[in-house]
Design a protein around this ligand. Sequence first.
Ligand code: DX5
Ligand code: ZN
Length: 221
Amino acid sequence: MQPTVIAPSILSADFARLGEEVDNVLAAGADWVHFDVMDNHYVPNLTIGPMVCQALRKHGVTAPIDVHLMVEPVDRIVPDFAEAGATVISFHPEASRHVHRTVQLIRSHGCQAGLVLNPATPVEVLDWVLEDLDLVLLMSVNPGFGGQAFIPATLDKLRAVRAMIDKTGKPIRLEIDGGVKADNIGEIAAAGADTFVAGSAIFNAPDYASVIGRMKAAVDA
Ligand code: DX5
Ligand code: ZN
């Protein structure tokens, strides 16, 4: 199991004050910045691209930027995000014609590679590519929007993927995204996640440090 990472999703941040929001959440104890990229094609919503990632780097953000691509096709945008300062780039297998090729493409640009499984995507999609990944991201909501409820069946899926990762003996992170709150993160951690995305639970709270502190305490409990 990797050291715990809390990755606030800036999808729920105030975009008019994005640099300040990211500074504040990192000062409040966040470890990574989760960066949701939506194209109004693979998912029915439209967000931010490489220019905003680069702007955060120029603003002085040095924390890892965890880019979650909800775009189709994937490959064309990978080099742009690598150049813009992405640390991790994750994508959905349904959005890539050649999953293994996309993983290699991400790595060839010096980034860590992650594969994202939607709630109904079977874990077998990992069978022949898991050892090439740095991270597996399980969606606990359908991608496209913040503020949705955690889908409980994801807990069994976490346990299944945890076992698959442990079997490889490799330091592959298991990340969870969607509906993560201070009051359910404990059971999510117990099911095997080590990397936690939370958008609305953090950015809708009045005190970022207090909610991140409660999340970390619940993971360690
Ligand atoms: C959904 C995004 C998530 C989203 C999570 O498609 O991938 O990262 O921002 O938001 P919450 O934590 O509010 O469910
Ligand atoms: Zn996300």
